[in-house]
Design a protein around this ligand. Sequence first.
Ligand code: TYM
Length: 337
Amino acid sequence: MKPRVFSAMQPTSDSLQLGNYLGALVQWVKLQDTHDAIYGVVDLHALTVAPEPQQLRDRTRATAAQFLAAGVDPERSIVFVQSHVPEHAELAWLLSTYTGMGEAGRMTQFKDKSAKVGESGTNVGLFTYPILMAADILLYDTDLVPVGEDQRQHLELSRDLAERLNTRLGEGTVVVPDAHIVEATAKIYDLQEPTKKMSKSSVSPKGTIEILEDPKKIAKNIKSAATDSDTVIAFDRESKAGVSNLLTIYSALDGRSVEQLVADYEGKMYGHLKVDVADVVVEYLTPIREAALDWIESPDRLDAVLADGAAKARTIASATLDRLYDRVGLVPPTPGR
Ligand code: TYM
């Protein structure tokens, strides 16, 4: 049996951004060759930011469409929507009874997000968010979780919870998952503020490269990326955050190493680098964008893939939940189960 990989994305934007793609999706596609892969659109997580209902529906489908367009193959991998598999919410409840208040309160993403909206705007779901994420992972006996750097701490919590379950309920209760974070692309930065990560919810749309965006707009954003007052093309995250980010993106899509690119661009201007990065990004994303738009325009076909994925995911998830319910001492609803 192949080892299992699980990962997921929130449908919190009309389009994924290049960080989602380079930090995670590229790895998802690769890992299908060696792993038994399960990829989810985590719509229950997205509820923590109070989305408009129709917008949430559209974004859920658009997110799944982008997984498929990027090369996630539903013949080989399970692609599904989290709310179609009720075991996620059920396991999250169980795990919440194993999570300390202090432990959940230490999550930096919660602290950042709640600081942004203030106490009155912070819902309890935002606080328990990482517990639902642990449920996503542990339900599938996951070995490996490909994510970007910003999910590292959440992954640690999932591991701690898995170890706790195994200690309290017996070895082999759940699999302890490992994070799969590829250093070079684990954090893609905002084009306008290259010390901040690129984000779907960025306040400055000019700083983001959206996969479904018009290619002309993508090129324009890259060409107006913030750099520095120096002129030498070199990789240095401290003093040349903007240029380093462009080199990271370029290298990830073009295949040349950052060192090679620096050598190739010796004596050239920042403007030259930007034009070339824009070309590479547009060339790379155009077929993905077109394939995603095709899927979005055939919602019935897309929904069929997602229904099939949910049925397969549920078979695995319900077996894990039965095992856990039994170990914690819940009486089974059907005699003899
Ligand atoms: P989300 O939806 O914010 O992001 C999806 C994936 O993209 C990665 N990512 C980035 N990588 C590099 N550079 C960036 N600028 C960048 N921005 C985002 C994220 O690290 C992530 O891998 N909590 C998760 C969703 C989730 C999940 C899970 C992930 C829910 N359950 C179970 C893995 C396993 C999230 O909000 O990702």
